[in-house]
Ligand binder design. Structure first.
Ligand code: ADP
Ligand code: MG
Length: 250
């Protein structure tokens, strides 16, 4: 689904991403691991249109998507989750989901007179969809809770939920497990697996918790110093000398 070709992203003279090439297969849950500072988040941000690459290409289903803006990628079904923005923390969990634009209704003066009715219909559909998402993620009981009151893990689930409000094809998750307790991490893992199996989502997941990676991801791609160091099953990766060295070296 995604092919990254010889990608570079430099900051001044510093090569955060230094000629990374990799592929993410349709239907996979691909793990991306590597020591701190390896360039994982920068790579994600370039793929997701948040940062422009210095050079190199990103392809999606054979079409070049290098440098497209996040909203253009969003319409192609490529999503990167973001932390719940501060201004949304005083809205409820359900309202947060409904803020995600499910569809553009093509607002024009021509059809403005039907707008009221259409908006009401769309809102009812959004509401239904939001409730389905909450049910899927087993957080229906948090529906009317303010997003700002959620625990770290619950926020992660809500972020994942936001990707379900649109027809996502591929979702990039950066450190899903950071600051999340084991029980919620398992819930998040289960949600990812179900989205993959039942909805056909492809995932690329950055995570430091190797148990989580090993349980969910195949293949696992290892980055170090801006480059892809190794790729393979989790077991295979953990026995790789270069990978062990990269981790011990930091
Ligand atoms: P990772 O996610 O693998 O820990 P990052 O992609 O966040 O690594 O960072 C890779 C390197 O690039 C780090 O050394 C970081 O300090 C540097 N870096 C990231 N973003 C910037 C930036 N905006 N300006 C300068 N250096 C940056
Ligand atoms: Mg990072």
């Amino acid at each position: 689904m995604i092919r990254v070709e010889n990608l570079h992203r430099h900051f001044g003279g510093f090569r955060a991403v230094d000629g990374a090439s990799l592929e993410i297969q349709t239907g996979s849950i691909t793990g991306l691991i590597g020591p701190n500072g390896a360039g994982k988040s920068t790579l994600f941000n370039v793929i997701a249109g948040v940062l422009k690459p210095t050079s190199g290409r990103v392809m999606m289903d054979g079409e070049e998507i290098t440098g497209l803006a996040p909203h253009e990628l969003f319409h192609k079904g490529l999503l990167r989750t973001f932390q719940i923005a501060h201004e949304f923390s005083s809205m409820t969990v359900r309202e947060n989901l409904m803020m995600v634009p499910a569809r553009q209704s093509g607002e024009t003066l021509w059809n403005a007179w039907t707008a009221r009715r259409r908006i009401a219909q769309e809102e009812a559909e959004l509401l239904k969809k939001a409730d389905e998402v909450l049910d899927f993620l087993t957080i229906s009981h948090l529906r009317d809770e303010l997003a700002g009151n959620l625990s770290g893990g619950q926020k992660k689930l809500l972020e994942l939920g936001r990707t379900m409000m649109v027809d996502a094809k591929i979702v990039f998750l950066d450190e899903v497990g950071a600051g999340v307790n084991r029980t919620l991490l398992n819930t998040i893992g289960d949600a990812i697996v179900r989205l993959n199996k039942e909805r056909g989502y492809t995932f690329c997941v950055i995570e430091h918790d190797m148990d989580f990676i090993a349980r969910l991801c195949d293949p696992v791609i290892v980055m170090a110093e801006g480059k892809v160091l190794a790729q393979g099953s989790a077991d295979h990766i953990m026995e790789n000398e270069a990978v062990i060295e990269a981790y011990l070296g930091t």
